[in-house]
Design a binder for this molecule. Structure first.
Ligand SMILES: [Zn+2]
Length: 152
């Protein structure tokens, strides 16, 4: 297929490409109208994200994302002139401003990509981090040992 003159080359991380390819394959199995070219599929996916952002701006013009931490998503409500904290409570999103699991802020939060940053299972992730930390420790200590041997 000839490359369009309007195309631009960008670098994607190897693991991202792998995940995107898996997603593309799975979606093609389910839906024959999914783009038959991997590049086209990725472009459409990115375009959908931009369209969703635009949709959110029209759907909830008085709400904006103010940032997030590991367990909280901050959403500014310009109507109320307050910032609400959205966090997971027993694997359900909870809004601190409305003390609700089903308010407009939750709907908004669900439509933002950052909602995925909230950790569903903190224990599992903590264990992974700890394991990665242990591996780093092992590598570091074996390097130290090697350094000690070479100095002697
Ligand atoms: Zn709310």
């Amino acid at each position: 297929m000839p490359r369009s003159n309007a195309a631009e080359l960008i670098t994607l991380r190897v693991n991202i490409v792998k995940e995107l390819r898996n997603k593309w394959k799975k979606e093609r199995e389910r839906n024959p109208y999914v783009n038959e070219h991997f590049g086209g599929f990725v472009n459409e996916l990115l375009h959908d994200i931009l369209e969703k952002d635009e949709f959110l701006r029209h759907y909830a013009p008085f709400l904006s994302e103010e940032g997030c931490t590991r367990d909280t998503l901050y959403i500014k409500d310009f109507k109320e002139n307050k910032i609400t904290e959205i966090h997971l409570s027993e694997n359900k999103l909870h809004c601190s401003l409305c003390n609700s699991f089903a308010c407009f802020h939750i709907q908004f939060a669900m439509a933002t990509p950052r909602v995925a940053k909230l950790n569903l299972e903190l224990e599992t992730i903590d264990a992974d981090i700890e394991e990665a930390g242990q591996q780093v420790k092992k590598i570091t200590s074996s390097r130290r040992r090697r350094n000690t041997i070479s100095r002697n």
